[in-house]
Ligand binder design. Structure first.
Ligand code: BES
Ligand code: MN
Ligand code: ZN
Length: 497
């Protein structure tokens, strides 16, 4: 199902491919410059499209042309007027999405010399290898197979005019990141009747055995033994019992290095519990395990790329349901850390899961802990679908994540964690309450988490606005985005020794 990306250098005039994809830069003055050394059939087809004004190189422009001979189809994708990693990745996404609908099983993506020089060979290879499979992604596993299916787009070769080891290593990285995104998006899109906490644990176990990671999974009985009371409270209303997944990737010689700990919220369905959500769009709450998906996706990337950095992944997972056994508004519940929580709203469940995971993380003496979660509707009001929010106690960590976000095209915008906000989660009868009301909802949620952070640099990323899209985009179909897999990859690559 997934798109396999390979790389080779080739004499462009000799290419044979059912579909040649050519990125085109828009120029301020006059028509776009076309890449040199193409076969005359291809060059003529491109030139004709320039003359008619169809081909300009504008961002997201995708034009299918017909040549003949050894290259029957040419797809141009516009870079806009900037030749950058970001514009190239985006063009590759647009190309991947379009190529899938054409009905070819294989294609060739040309990275011309001019792009290699201005973007950098490794970065360019990585961007294209990340972008093509991302754009080509679709989820058809739950549809009845068509009678006369178009061939699936399964292979794409990245071609450069000359041999380059840098392009090759970039492509390897990018393909690893793409595989991580695919794992994340698949888990995200799976409906909650398939994707339960036990299923997430099963997939994590399969991933661990494929890549040789250490894994341990706590079921309900083990969670009780360990005193993971907040996770248990959220999960107690569902027949699908909670799980706590712990994964470890440790490169040779780094078994004792202080690890980076990644934590992902794994609510496989969020009804809101007794404080039930409105019916409108409630089905989107199958995506409430997108943080967990980002962490498992990052581990798929780690297993393939194997950078020199020790990483622990923690996934607290539960289903937030309604039943006679469900936790109620007003309940006071304990936690692994020992602090008590007054549950004023059972729909503020994600922070309870994360609280126990943050407390658990202390045992690793982490170099840094980053948690991610579809945590608040408020972040969608604040930042829309364009950026995730980042908050935390360590400016250096936050900055490093923002740099990774910028490099990967997954933006993070910082919100403040000023002391004044602490007031809002004070409880009359417990150590804190689980909601601070409507004002500054993303910040009070983070403040709550901060109450369970002790002894390590910490950042929290709220992805409620970025984890999925409810409309078709130029770069992808409607549905899951796999957000943070690329950002985590860049962050971890930068920390790799
Ligand atoms: N999973 C939701 C947050 C969410 C909202 C994710 C929209 C994706 C899209 C979370 O568990 C939640 O319900 N948060 C509440 C908190 C409130 C009760 C304090 C919210 O944001 O309304
Ligand atoms: Mn909720
Ligand atoms: Zn939730």
């Amino acid at each position: 199902m997934s798109l396999v990306i390979t790389h080779r250098s080739a004499d462009l005039a000799q290419l044979v491919t059912p579909l040649l994809i050519v990125p085109i830069l828009k120029t301020e003055a006059g028509p776009p410059t076309l890449p040199p050394s193409l076969s005359s059939e291809v060059a003529v087809a491109l030139q004709r499209a320039v003359v008619t004004g169809d081909l300009t190189g504008a961002r997201d422009e995708a034009i299918l042309l017909h040549a003949d001979g050894s290259i029957p189809r040419v797809l141009t994708v516009g870079l806009g007027d900037k030749m950058t990693t970001a514009s190239l990745r985006r063009a590759a996404m647009v190309a991947g999405k379009r190529a899938r609908t054409i009905g070819v099983s294989s294609a060739t993506f040309l990275i011309p010399e001019a792009i290699l020089t201005s973007v950098g060979a490794a970065r360019a290879g990585q961007a294209v290898a990340e972008g093509l499979p991302f754009g080509a992604w679709q989820f058809i596993a739950l549809k009845r197979p068509a009678d006369n299916p178009k061939p699936l787009f399964t292979d794409c070769t990245i071609v450069t005019p000359s041999e380059s080891a840098d392009v090759a290593s970039g492509v390897t990285r990018g393909a690893g990141v793409a595989a991580g995104q695919e794992v994340a998006r698949h888990l995200q899109v799976l409906p909650a009747n398939n994707c339960t906490p036990a299923y997430l644990a099963e997939r994590a176990t399969e991933l661990a055995s494929r890549h040789g990671f250490r894994i341990s999974v706590l079921d309900r009985a083990a969670l009780e033994r360990e005193g993971m009371l907040a996770i248990l409270a959220v999960g107690q209303g569902s027949h699908n019992e909670p799980r706590f997944i712990e994964l470890e990737y440790a490169p040779e010689g780094m078994e004792d290095a202080p690890p980076i700990v990644l934590i992902g919220k794994g609510v496989t369905f969020d009804t809101g519990g007794i404080s039930i959500k409105p019916a409108q769009s409630m089905e989107e709450m199958k995506y409430d395990m997108s943080g967990a998906a980002a962490v498992l996706g990052a581990f798929e990337m780690l297993g393939r790329v194997r950078p020199g950095v020790r990483v622990i992944g923690l996934v607290p997972s539960a289903e937030n349901m309604i039943s006679s056994k469900a936790y109620r508004p007003g309940d006071v519940v304990g936690s692994h850390f020992g602090k008590t929580i007054e549950v004023l709203n059972t729909d503020a469940e994600g922070r309870l899961l994360l609280a126990d995971a943050l407390s658990w993380a202390r045992r690793f003496h982490p170099a840094a802990v980053v948690d991610c979660a579809t945590l608040t509707g408020a972040v969608v009001i604040g930042l829309g679908h364009t950026a995730s929010a980042v908050l935390g106690t360590d400016p250096e960590l936050i900055h490093a994540l923002q740099v990774a976000g910028e490099a990967s095209g997954e933006r993070l915008w910082e919100l403040p964690l000023w002391d004044e906000y602490r007031e809002l989660i004070k409880s009359d009868i417990a150590d804190m309450k689980n909601t601070g009301g409507r004002p500054a909802g993303t910040i009070t949620a983070a403040w709550f988490l901060g109450e369970f952070v002790e002894g390590f640099p910490w950042a929290h990323v709220d992805i409620a606005g970025t984890a999925y899209t409810d409309r078709e985009l130029p770069t992808q179909v409607k549905g899951p985005t796999g957000v943070l897999v690329r950002c985590f990859a860049e962050y971890l690559f930068a920390r790799s020794r």
